[in-house]
Design a protein around this ligand. Structure first.
Ligand SMILES: *[C@@H]1O[C@H](CO)[C@@H](O)[C@H](O)[C@H]1NC(C)=O
Ligand SMILES: *[C@@H]1O[C@H](CO)[C@@H](O)[C@H](O)[C@H]1NC(C)=O
Length: 313
């Protein structure tokens, strides 16, 4: 698509985003870490290839294997981010992730905070999904889905998550796109145990693209996702006792927490234009919305027009 053919609102939004967001700059006091310093391969090791002075890694899915990497340390709270470039062209069925999990340590009551990118058929958009689980609350998914104001396969963009005791904020290129505030009624559904940060690429043909209708086609492979300029500004936790040892990372104390009024305006604007699904308005799934969901009739009406697409299989 060329800029001339976008609706004017989209164009203004894109310009505003480009001018006002520091697209690949981590916040102050959040230095980037080398891949080999912060991470190790998780699976499909032969498809995990560091490059670019160890600042970047590419992971791929080919006929032999999918692949992934994970932090060496576990963290309780912090600011975590990576720039990511997604595979190009036909990517139906492909899922690329950047997420936090402790599923390997706590298989029955694990926590999770997710960025999941869902591949596309030609002519459609990559879909970004965010989600979270706490204490094994996998029966209560809290998915939201969005399209982006850029093509995420054309270049690197920064995806970040801020995770605290009572707040989770997802950012794309410095723009907060989702804020989850902990409310007492959520009970144990809050990620409250240390987690690894993980990047993966895998075959999600059953559900990822148009509700599973469009499948992975290896003729378009190998599928390659690139990650660069990692920030792991968290509170490291003891790997055996899981107790936080924040003093091991002095930078952790200086992370700004919360959203400014200006950022909030941008978040609202993003959500109005680009959100396509929210669990808060999915009455087929949740007759009574989950406790943190605010009543928002306008948002509900807007999202209803997208609900006919079977987003969640
Ligand atoms: C994607 O498709 C375009 C045109 O169809 C082609 O020129 C390009 O090489 C393809 N890119 C990849 C990574 O396969
Ligand atoms: C991808 O997953 C689907 C569904 O699980 C499976 O049928 C298909 O064979 C897989 N494709 C490849 C290339 O592994």
């Amino acid at each position: 698509m060329v800029p001339c053919c976008y609706p004017l609102g989209f164009l203004l939004f894109s310009i505003l985003m480009a001018v006002s967001s520091a697209s690949s700059t981590p916040p102050p006091n959040s230095p980037t870490v080398f891949f080999s310093q912060g991470f190790s391969p998780l699976y499909g090791n032969q498809n995990v290839i560091p490059y670019g002075d160890d600042r970047s890694v590419q992971i791929s899915m080919d006929v032999r294997s999918s692949s992934g990497f994970a932090t060496k340390e576990i963290f309780l709270h912090g600011y975590f981010s990576s720039t990511i470039k997604l595979p190009e062209n036909y990517t139906a069925g492909v899922v690329v992730t950047f997420y936090a999990s402790n599923g390997q340590i706590f298989p029955t009551n694990h926590d999770e905070i997710d960025f999941e990118f869902l591949g596309r058929v030609q002519g459609q958009d990559w879909v970004l999904q965010t989600n979270m689980y706490g204490g094994g609350s996998t029966a209560r998914g809290r998915e939201e889905r969005y399209v982006l104001w850029f093509d995420p396969s054309k270049g690197f963009h920064r995806y970040a998550v801020l995770w605290t005791e009572d707040r989770i904020i997802f950012y794309v290129d410095g723009v907060p796109i989702r804020e989850v505030q902990r409310v007492a009624a959520m009970g144990g559904d809050w990620p409250a145990k240390p987690m690894n940060f993980i990047g993966t690429i895998w075959n999600g043909s059953d559900w990822a693209t148009n509700g599973g209708r469009d499948k992975l086609n290896m003729a378009y492979g190998p599928y390659i996702a690139k990650y660069s300029d990692f920030v792991l500004n968290g509170c490291p936790a003891d790997p055996i006792k899981f107790t936080p040892e924040c003093e091991k990372n002095p930078g952790f104390a200086t992370i700004p927490v919360g959203i400014t009024a200006k950022e909030r305006t941008k978040m609202k604007r993003f959500r109005r234009k680009y959100m396509r699904y929210s669990y808060c308005h999915d009455r087929a799934r949740y007759k009574v919305p989950l406790p943190e969901c605010a009543l928002d009739r306008k948002e509900e009406a807007r999202l209803r027009s997208f609900m006919h697409v079977n987003l969640l299989s």
